[in-house]
Design a protein. Structure first.
Length: 298
């Protein structure tokens, strides 16, 4: 059975909790359905370690995609023949790259975020998807119902919709306040050179815990704008199981818990932009390794 492999700092978690992750691909597999219950047994620090590992692994997959294609993946796979709500999410494009390594621990010799079995299964899933058709087309229904733990985070439920579609607990950051000025847009992919604020000051992905949708589907299920809690709006934004913030990852693959309540609105919104000339923002925002360090509650 494919299992999730963590970085060396989380070796203890591997021994204790590998059974929590089950199969990468599973339509009705019992292993994937037990994820929420298994994850509920973890403490806050362990949940944060898993969440950050998933976020960093996905960003490293984006960098592999960039190295091969010349740009970061778009938040939506372009398809003018389909209405926007029927198009495929950019998450689909990450599936072949889940064999990415952790460059911070040795470059090409660094550890993988997800093991070989998971990487192979993800590529098989990618090959099964007809990228010319809608996410809910009969040709893609099996993929749409396949749970991908890399797109999930402990502490957020459910992992499936009532219709049986596999959900995502992360979303691309499109920008701030409804503008597509982030690292991931619905248009063509952004290049690293386009991120003039710096990859260490630009958000890539964040947790979502409201109006969850299929990981395979474009739209608010997998890409959103950031709105500070002080901004009154009805648009969907980011959030997690802890009050006051959520886990995010920057384009440079640094993952952390961001306390949005303790961060100034202008700083939070600036983090979501790629070219607003807001440099060195990380020293101004309220962040930490774990939610516990931010004194947040569930």
């Amino acid at each position: 059975m494919p299992r999730l492999t963590f970085l060396p700092v989380a070796a203890l978690l591997i021994a204790m909790h590998t059974s929590a992750f089950g199969q990468l691909i599973g339509d009705t597999a019992v292993e994937t359905e037990s994820l929420p219950a298994e994850w509920a047994q973890l403490d806050e620090e362990e949940m944060g370690e898993i969440t950050r590992n998933h976020l960093r692994g996905l960003v490293r997959a984006m960098h592999k995609y960039h190295d091969e294609k010349g740009s970061l993946p778009p938040a939506v796979i372009p398809n003018e023949e389909l209405p926007p709500e029927k198009r495929l999410s950019g998450f689909v494009l990450l599936l072949p790259y889940l064999d990415a390594r952790d460059f911070s621990s040795g470059g090409e010799l660094g550890n993988r975020f997800f093991d070989d079995e998971i990487a192979r299964a993800a590529k098989t899933l990618y090959d099964s998807i007809d990228r010319s058709k809608a996410w809910d087309d009969p040709a893609n229904l099996e993929a749409a119902r396949s749970v991908v733990p890399a797109f999930l985070a402990p502490g957020i439920k459910p992992i499936r919709s009532e219709d049986g579609y596999a959900l995502a607990h992360f979303a691309f950051v499109r920008g701030a306040l409804g503008k597509d000025n982030g690292a991931f847009t619905n248009a063509a992919g952004i290049t690293i050179k386009d991120i003039t604020d710096g990859t260490d000051s630009t958000l890539a992905l964040g947790q979502v815990d409201t109006a969850l949708g299929p990981w395979i589907a474009a739209g608010p299920a997998t890409s959103r704008h950031v709105y500070h809690p002080s901004v009154e709006n009805d648009a969907l934004s980011f959030g997690g199981p802890y009050k006051g913030g959520a886990y995010f990852v920057n384009v440079d693959s640094f993952a952390y818990f961001l306390n949005t309540l303790k961060t100034k609105p202008e700083d939070y919104h600036a983090l979501a932009t790629r070219s607003g000339r807001e440099i060195n923002l990380m020293s101004k925002v309220s962040r930490s390794t774990t939610a516990r360090e931010q004194n947040t509650d569930r």
